[in-house]
Structure formats: C-alpha cells, structure tokens
Design a protein around this ligand. Structure first.
Ligand code: G4P
Length: 299
C-alpha cells in the first residue's frame, strides 16, 4: 500500500507514536536489510527520544549476507543492539525477546534491588510501510493478529500481545515515513517494491537498479541475463547504463519494430526478477559511502 505522506500525516503519525512511547520500555526499529538507510525514517532518533532501541534488519533472506554483516557492525558501532531476521519464515525472530530483555537489564536490576518483581518487557515495532511490521508482529505472536490499520490516522483499540513470558508487544505498530526529500531513496524503495511503481517511471526505477547492480554485482547480472559485453567503464555515464539495459532487453527478446529494444518491457523484467530474488541475495546500499565497483558480495 502506498501512502501519500503530507506534512499533516507525518505530524499525526509522530503524535501516535509518541502516545505509544509512554506505554513501552523499548522500541523495535524495523528496517529492510536490502536498503537499511533508505528504509530508515530520517527523524527516528528524534521521534524515539532516547528510548532503548533494537534495530531489526528484516527480509534478510533477500539481502546479501556479507552486506548484512557490515550493516550489523555499523549499527553496533553506533551503540545499537541489532539482529537480522526473516519474518516470513521466522528465521532468527526468536532472538528478539532475548535482545529486548538485554536492553532493559540495568533498569530491571534496579527494580529487583528495590524488591520489585520485573514484569515482561513492553515493546513497540516501528517502521515505514511495507518493511514487514505486520508480518513480524504475527510471527512473534505465533498467530494472525487482525490486519493492522496501516495508515496514519486509523486507530483501533490497542492490545498487548504476549511473546513468551518475558516480552509483550503492542498489536499496532508505529508507522513512520521514509525520507522523501532524497529522490534516490524513492527509487531504492521502488526497486524493492516498497513503493508502488505507478508513482515513479518504471524505466527510471530500472535505470537506477541497473546502475546500482552493475557497480556492485556485475558477475551476478552477467550470469542471470547472459550478458556478453564488458561492464560499463563509467557507471555515471547514463548511455552506458542504457546500453546494459538494451542488452538485457535483446537477450530477453523485448524488441519492437526496427529491432529496437522495448525499454519499458525490459524494465518490468529487471524489476520483477530483482524483487523476486531471482538475481540472488542483493543489498542496494552500503553503510559507508563506498567507492564504485567495490562492496561486492564476494569482497
Ligand atoms: P508492513 O506491515 O510493514 O506494511 O509490511 P507487511 O508485514 O505487510 O509486509 C510487506 C510485504 O513484505 C509482504 O509481502 C510480506 O509478506 C513481505 N515480508 C515481510 N517480511 C518479510 C521477510 O522477512 N522476508 C520476505 N521475503 N518477505 C517479507 P506482500 O507481497 O505484500 O504480501 P504477501 O506476498 O505476503 O501476501
């Protein structure tokens, strides 16, 4: 679902999260492991205001495992607790309650010292649309929680979901907005399918996808699409990127009259295969600015 985020929506979404923050001990910030930066709300530090936070890199089944390790190290360097999971199958989701508990251990020890029995850790999942909030809530709950009102402004009664004996989760997530000011963020989210492509030009999305892929996963591209030409000498040269797109189009028989390549059809194929994981596990951004042609999966 694509939400048009206007300033009023952002203010309302923020207010809704702030209300929920009063009820919880920790926040679980959910990011897409393929685009941890683009799927991050630009104001999240400010919004969560020092609440202990667990960063969960979701959809790690679709991301490059080596890049995920680099992102985990990056977040650890920033002092965040972090775990990479696949909510669709549940892989490593079981580590979340344990890590959540570790975040409140000092507070709990102080309570024990005062003779108070600590209760279950109360948590709220926050993240941008499509990052997998509902899937993770259902996975942690071990059952299907009613479809979440995934729109700012849609409210429903809040309930605590028990996750084992030591964690409780609010059943409605906190919905954040992505960083729209940076156009490339929009394209990255569209590449992963988080933003529906109707709002952006499909050929532009595929162009940026190919640009990101040739710089980082040339061998993967070559193999998947049977490319025979050399990699682009300069990935900032738009003609070179279009040349690669045209070669993909020819290999896949996307031709129109005059043997010209149908770039729209080619773009559809590239994006479908990228999103479905047909090119393998791909991460589209690195934690630090990387030099071109570095940061490959096999680095
Ligand atoms: P949201 O609440 O944050 O908006 O996201 P939601 O859980 O609805 O998930 C968005 C899409 O991402 C869903 O796919 C969901 O299945 C998929 N997804 C969530 N977590 C993971 C994960 O860890 N790995 C993978 N591969 N996919 C994940 P969909 O196509 O919109 O729906 P459906 O195909 O599940 O019906």
């Amino acid at each position: 679902m694509t939400i048009q985020w206007f300033p009023g929506h952002m203010t309302r979404a923020r207010r809704q999260i702030e209300e929920k923050l009063k009820l919880i001990d920790i926040a679980i910030e959910l990011l897409d492991a393929r685009v941890p930066q683009a799927s991050r709300n630009p104001m999240v530090d400010d919004i969560l205001r020092g609440k202990p936070r667990l960063i969960v890199l979701n959809k790690s089944d679709l991301a490059d495992p080596k890049a995920t390790e680099r992102w985990m190290a990056y977040f650890a360097d920033q002092g965040h607790s972090c775990v990479a999971v696949d909510s669709s199958t549940g892989t490593r989701v079981g580590e979340i309650p344990e890590k959540a508990k570790a975040l409140v251990s000092e507070k709990w020890e102080r309570m024990i010292a005062k003779g108070i029995n600590p209760r279950a850790v109360r948590a709220l999942i926050v993240g941008i649309p499509n990052v997998g909030k509902s899937t993770l809530i259902n996975r942690l709950a071990g059952r299907n929680i009613a479809a979440t009102g995934d729109r700012p402004g849609v409210t429903k009664g809040q309930q605590w979901i028990k996750v084992g004996t030591e964690m409780e989760l609010l059943d409605t997530p906190g919905i954040l907005w992505p960083k729209f000011e940076d156009q490339l963020v929009g394209y990255k989210l569209a590449m992963t399918g988080a933003i529906k492509e109707q709002i952006l030009n499909i050929e532009d999305i595929a162009f940026f996808a190919v640009k990101a892929l040739v710089g980082r996963y040339w061998e993967v591209m070559k193999e998947r699409f049977g490319l025979e030409g050399a990699p682009p000498a300069d990935i900032d040269d738009a003609d070179e990127i279009v040349r690669v797109m045209e070669e993909i189009g020819r290999k896949r028989g996307c031709l129109v009259s005059g043997a010209r390549v149908d770039l729209e059809k080619t773009s559809g194929i590239i994006l479908r295969e990228l999103r479905a994981g047909k090119l393998g596990r791909i991460t589209l951004e690195e934690p630090e600015p990387v030099s071109r042609n570095s940061g490959r999966a096999d680095d």
